[in-house]
Design a protein around this ligand. Sequence first.
Ligand code: GDP
Length: 423
Amino acid sequence: MLTSICGINWGDEGKGKMVDYLSESYDIVCRYQGGNNAGHTVINDQGKFILNLLPSGILRENVVNVLGNGMVIDIKHLTEEAGRLREQGIRITPENLKISDKAVITMPYHVLMDCLEEDRLADKKFGSTRRGIAPVYADKYMKKAFRMGDLLHPDRLYARVNDILEWKNLTVTGGYGHAPITAEEVIAYFKKYGEPLKEYICDTGLYLNEANKAGKKIMFEAQLGALRDIDFGIYPYTSSSSTIAAYAPIGAGVPNLKLDKSIGIMKAYSTCVGEGPFTAEYFGEQAEKLRAAGGEYGAATGRPRRVGPFDVVASAYGIRCQGADEVVLTKLDILSCYEELEVCTAYELDGKIIHDFPYPDALDKCKPVFEKVKGWNCDISKCRKKEDLPKEALDYVKYIEKACDCRITYVAVGAERDAVIKL
Ligand code: GDP
């Protein structure tokens, strides 16, 4: 059984919380794309955890976690993240964490290049998280990256360092006028942060195939939403990897296996971190109210998120991109402070009303068309059954189901593990 949990919107939909919730009945949770550029916040009986690289299944004793080949791994960050979790009482050993030998290593010089480029762009910046993600994916496709499996053959790895740096320093020194990266610092870095990870590195594709044959249940966990996908998102304000469910078997290492189910995680309103078009955006007091209600500040960067009402056009597109068989609507509790809610049901582009998500460039010219729906204006965060929810909240869910042509199977009404209602 292979299930993907993926984001329908711009990210921060609450995927981590839902993976934590749904992983109870899974044996393996596997991250298949991205790096430490985004974060999941998970709150459960054991405490509050921020996960940037580790799959949310790491919080469950019996779940094996995989970092797939589609990922880019900052080995220093991974070491520190695992250290923090261990201090919080979480067990992390080669038995419950397996790292793909084909995953690419994010190096300190990728982080440096990300920062140098954002600084060069100044007010034209893309809103990078400055974690080196675009530069490391670029090197992957230039075939000039180091991979986790290289750490298992240090002599060969260290012999390649000079060749890579000769090329990399052309840009670092010539392009950006920065001091060159030295082989000594790179090798020292591998020794300090790479070598201790050796026991965790393996052919995770082989591991997952065998697990699948043995009837294990495997969950794929995405890190960002459909609208940040490198191909289908709001390019160039996207991530540098494929965030969509169809990529999950590839990024996990099992391109031969087919997904049984795609579960989309969709937020009851809209949020977006960083630059780029965001049609349904609220400003001023309207934004302040929603941001404060939802605590909308990025988990990885602390940046205030841009906010707006639910966007049917963008979400229906996200559902299609993710091939979502079912959808979980999260953070419904946050909308409890409204007597009347707005929903963005269409865009106006050059005087025409459109319902299909357009080419990103056109988004700059799109204006939101809002409809009003009745709110419930009472606390629903303690509701645990469908019958507990006020009629207006259920009507809101039905309204979204119809508008987006999807099946909503759960709603989430709080950050805690049990704050989920099956519909
Ligand atoms: P992810 O990257 O998709 O996992 O999302 P983030 O972790 O960036 O953001 C989701 C935030 O909302 C986290 O702080 C969660 O603890 C919290 N959260 C998730 N679901 C709900 C919910 O239904 N209600 C409330 N109030 N908070 C939620």
